[in-house]
Write a protein that binds this ligand. Sequence first.
Ligand SMILES: C[S@@+](CC[C@H](N)C(=O)[O-])C[C@H]1O[C@@H](n2cnc3c(N)ncnc32)[C@H](O)[C@@H]1O
Length: 461
Amino acid sequence: MVAGEEDDEGLARYIDFFTKPGELVMDLTSGSGTVAAVAKKRGRPCMAFDIDEEKVKLTLERLSKITWACDLPQVSEDEEEAEGEDPRPPTVPAVPVSQSEGSRDPDAGWNADWVDTTDVAVGEPLTAADLFSGIGGFSKGFEMAGYRTLLAIDSDPKAAAIYRANFPETKLLVSPIESLSDDEILNALGGATVDVLFGSPPCQGFSSAGKRKPGDPRNQLFRQFIRAAALLRPHFVVMENVPQLASLQGGAFLREIVASLERTGYPGASVVKLEAAEYGVPQLRTRLIIVASRQGLDNPYPLPMLPEKQFVTVAEAIGDLEDRERDEAFGHVPPERAAEMVERLRVLEPGQRLYDSYNSSWQRLWTDRPALTILAHNGSSFVHHSRPRTLSVREMARLQGFPDDFDLSGPITTTMQAVANAVPPPLAKQIALALRPSIERLRSQTAADHPTTDDAAGEGR
Ligand SMILES: C[S@@+](CC[C@H](N)C(=O)[O-])C[C@H]1O[C@@H](n2cnc3c(N)ncnc32)[C@H](O)[C@@H]1O
C-alpha cells in the first residue's frame, strides 16, 4: 500500500481491504503517524519507521490518545504490559469463576441460578441477536430452544455464507462490527427487540492454542459486544469464550468485562465454566460463559445433565461414518494422504501424536471416550479413532454436536476452521433453555404493566 496522499477515510478503506483486525500494518515512512493512527483505530497494530525524531514523538503522542477500535475504557497500561499470568495481587477483587461442578453448591455465593432444563418446555418464540456469529453454532443451539435469531454479525464472508445457508431468515451483516454504526445495527433489526444478545468475541488472543497476547487487538472486541448490549437492551446477555480468559493478565480482563457490563446497565454478571460433555456433546470442551441481566437478576445456567460415565463417546458420535463413501454435499470428504502417511497413521495408539509440535491435531482419538477439544488448525484435525486417516468436516461437526441437516458446503479449510470455532449447539441449546423461564416471566410482567403493548415475538416490549 502506498500511503501519504490519502485522507483518513481513504486510508481506513485501504486498511480494511488489505488486512483483518489484528494483522500488522507496516509504514516505512511514517511521518506524523497518520497511517499508524488510522490502523490503531481499525484494530490493527502498526510498525512505523521514520528518521525524524520529532515526528516519531508526535506519532507516539497521537497513538497514546487512541483506544483500540472503540471508545470504552481500556485496562490500565500496567496491566497491558503484563504477559500471561500476573503474579501481582489484583487491584480490585477477583471475579469469582465457578466450575459447573462447584457451583451446584447453594452456599457457593455466586449469583448463578442453576436451572433443571429437563423441566423447561420450548414454548413461545423468543428473539435473539448473535455477534461474531461464525457459521452459527450458537444460533443453532438457540434455534433448537425455540429462539429466532433476528440479527447476526460476522466479518468473515466465507463463514457468513455458511451461516446464511442455514439461517436464511436472519438479517446477516457481513462486516467488522467496529465499522458498523449504531444506526446500521439498529436499522438491521427494523424496530424489533431481542430478548437475548449472545456472542463469542474472537479468542485467539486468549487461547492456550497460541501464545497469550494481552495486547492483541482482538482481545478488545468484547467492547463491541458491550456496545451492542447498550444499543439493543436485551433482557439477557450471554458471552462465550475460552476458559483462559479468566486468568489473562491476572484476571484483569475478566474484571474489565464484568465492570463494563455493569457500567452499561447489566449488573451482577456471573462467570461460570461449563463442560460441554456434561450436556451431551461428544467432546471435552470447557467454555467460560458470562451471563448478565438488565434487571440484575440471578443468572440462569443449565444444570449439568450427564455424569462422566455417561459422556457420549467418539464411536457413538461418528462410528456410522467410518466406511461411508465420500460425500461432498454432506461434508464427508476425509483428506486423502500418501501411502507412507497412511501407514504412519495406522500405527498410532489412542492418544498418541504424529508430531510433538502439534497440539490437538494429528493425534488419535479414543474410541470409548469423548473427543479432546477440537481446535482450528487450518485443515488438519484429529486422527480417526479406528481408521488411518484424519477426520472429515462432517465428523468434526458431529463431535461438536451439529445436527446432520446443518449445511456445511464451502471450502474445506474454512469450514473446518469455522466448525472448530463454533459453540457446540447442544451446549448453546441448554444455555438458551435455562434462560427461558426468566425471560417468559419478564415478558409477562411487561405485558401486565403495559396491557396495550403488542408483545408478540420480535415486537416491542
Ligand atoms: C469464535 S468465532 C464465533 C463462533 C460462533 N459463535 C459459532 O458458534 O459458530 C469468532 C468469529 O468472530 C468473527 N470476527 C472476528 N473479528 C470480527 C470483527 N471485527 N467483527 C465481526 N466479526 C468478527 C470471526 O470471523 C469468527 O467467525
